[in-house]
Write a protein that binds this ligand. Structure first.
Ligand SMILES: [Zn+2]
Length: 491
């Protein structure tokens, strides 16, 4: 300090300095208070802001939740409405595949493989009022038929046989080989073509196979035999022979008496079919004809009592067999279905007949088609080699018992295949077909004797008496006929 200052001044100076320090401290405290207040205010605002943000977040979250709930409700009702619309569409589609507004097409294929011709037909033309139509003009040109037209009347003629069908424009009546039939709908003449219900082909034509694939919207026509017309419709039991079922007179033969076969019982009333299932007297041995590679059948042999088979698969043309066998077969189907084997197999169809009587000519073309296929599959084969391979599964002309009109190929498979043997319906047929007069003609364990591989689908009518003998002895027809001949020679 300044030594020149008097004590009083120094006192004052000190007092002043102390006062200054106090004030400075006060000022600093003031500033600090203000700073703290500002800080406090800032924190308060920050907290306020945070709360506001939080509130906003909650509000949005709640909004989202409400929106989500509404959206879910909307989805739920939309799904219900869609389901209803879908169901209605499916139901109406099933009830009536074409709703009139449907402009999609059907593919109509004539023939197979490379030779086929495809035609596109609008669904509206293909199906009218629930009746499916075929452009018969197109079909007739595929079948090489000739056409005669006059005043709305159209005749289609098969040149080789002269068989004729006549359709009249806007009329559901048609004339088949001179007798009139009623169609499912009117025939229609449009732009130079005659349209007629598709069912005419399946019901009144032979030799034309019709396959309908609704998923692929495709209908295929393939010639699989002699093309012709038939107006036979098997609806009632026609009279057959003079022999009554109760006829016990033996025709003087030394064959064993009828009581050697056990009595049979059926779930259905098959009394009307008795004489067909179990022919007696002279008729009993009338159906044992043996046809194979060693016992050929004449080129001109053709049964005169062929009738349409009731249980032909609906995608096939009419199939025929001899009346007695057809009636016995009807009975077998009735009982097969009565035993619960009426469900659809892997083909979507129940057991039904695919093939039966085939003429010599048809067997020629069938056999040749298989030979051609073998040679296509393996071009190194000679024709003779291909024929040899083919003959292991298809009988050469003159050696097929299909020409007798006494056998059928029946199954529920997409095509004749050994897998039918895994179907319960096969087991039933194997064990019960004798009751109706049928035998499994080509058993698995007799391939070396029959010369034909196992055919679980091929059944042959011989009448109940012989069918029982064959089934119960485990013999095949070749063995049985040989045994009978030996017995005959010995007796
Ligand atoms: Zn067969």
């Amino acid at each position: 300090m300044n030594g020149g200052m008097n004590p009083r001044d120094r006192y004052y100076a000190e007092m002043k300095a102390a006062e200054d320090r106090r004030r400075e401290a006060q000022r600093r405290a003031e500033i600090e208070r203000e700073r703290r207040a500002r800080e406090e205010e800032r924190r308060r605002r920050e907290a306020e802001r945070q709360r506001a943000i939080q509130r906003e977040r909650m509000r949005r979250k709640k909004q989202r939740r409400i929106f989500l709930r509404r959206f879910l409700v909307f989805l739920f009702f939309s799904a219900i409405i869609l389901a209803i619309v879908f169901a209605v569409t499916v139901i109406s589609f099933r009830m009536k595949p074409n709703l009139g507004t449907d402009t999609s097409e059907y593919k109509i294929v004539y023939g197979e493989d490379d030779d086929s011709v495809t035609e596109r037909v609008s669904s509206a033309k293909f199906e009218r009022d629930g009746v499916r139509y075929v452009n018969y003009t197109s079909l007739s040109s595929y079948l090489s038929m000739s056409v005669m037209a006059k005043d709305g009347v159209y005749s289609f003629i098969i040149p080789e046989s002269g068989e004729t069908v006549t359709f009249t424009n806007n009329s559901a009546d048609a004339d088949v080989n001179g007798s009139s039939v009623r169609l499912d709908g009117a025939s229609l003449y449009e732009n130079g073509d005659v349209w007629t219900p598709l069912s005419f082909v399946t019901r009144y034509m032979t030799g034309v196979k019709v396959t309908t694939d609704d998923e692929k919207h495709t209908v295929t026509f393939v010639v699989d035999g002699k093309v012709g017309f038939t107006n036979k419709k098997v609806e009632t039991l026609p009279h057959y022979g003079e022999t009554e079922g109760d006829d016990t007179t033996d025709a003087g033969t030394d064959t064993p008496p009828e009581d050697e076969i056990p009595a049979v019982e059926f779930k259905s009333d098959l009394s009307a079919y008795k004489q067909y299932m179990n022919p007696t007297g002279e008729e009993r041995d009338a159906y044992l004809i043996l046809v194979n590679t060693k016992h050929t059948i004449g080129e001109d042999y053709a049964p005169t009592d062929l009738v349409d088979i009731k249980n032909t698969r609906t995608d096939r043309g009419a199939r025929q067999m001899r009346e007695v066998a057809e009636k016995a077969l009807e009975a077998m189907f009735i009982e097969l279905f009565a035993n619960g084997y009426d469900g659809n197999g892997p083909s979507g169809y129940p057991v039904s007949v695919m093939s039966a009587y085939r003429s010599y000519k048809e067997q020629v073309s069938l056999f040749n088609s298989y030979v051609d296929r073998e040679m296509r599959d393996d071009p190194s084969l000679s024709r003779a080699q291909a024929e040899k391979i083919t003959s292991t599964y298809s009988a050469p002309p003159g050696t097929s018992e299909h020409q007798t009109g006494l056998c059928v190929d029946m199954h529920n498979m997409p095509s004749a295949q050994k897998a039918f043997a895994d179907q319960p319906a096969y087991e039933w047929l194997r064990d019960n077909s004798w009751k109706f007069g049928f035998i499994l003609r080509f058993p698995e364990d007799k391939q070396d004797i029959t010369g034909i591989t196992f055919e679980p689908w091929h059944y042959r009518y011989v009448g109940r008496y012989h069918a029982y003998k064959i089934w119960s002895s485990g013999m095949c027809l070749e063995e049985y006929v040989e045994a009978m001949e030996n017995n005959g020679a010995a007796g």
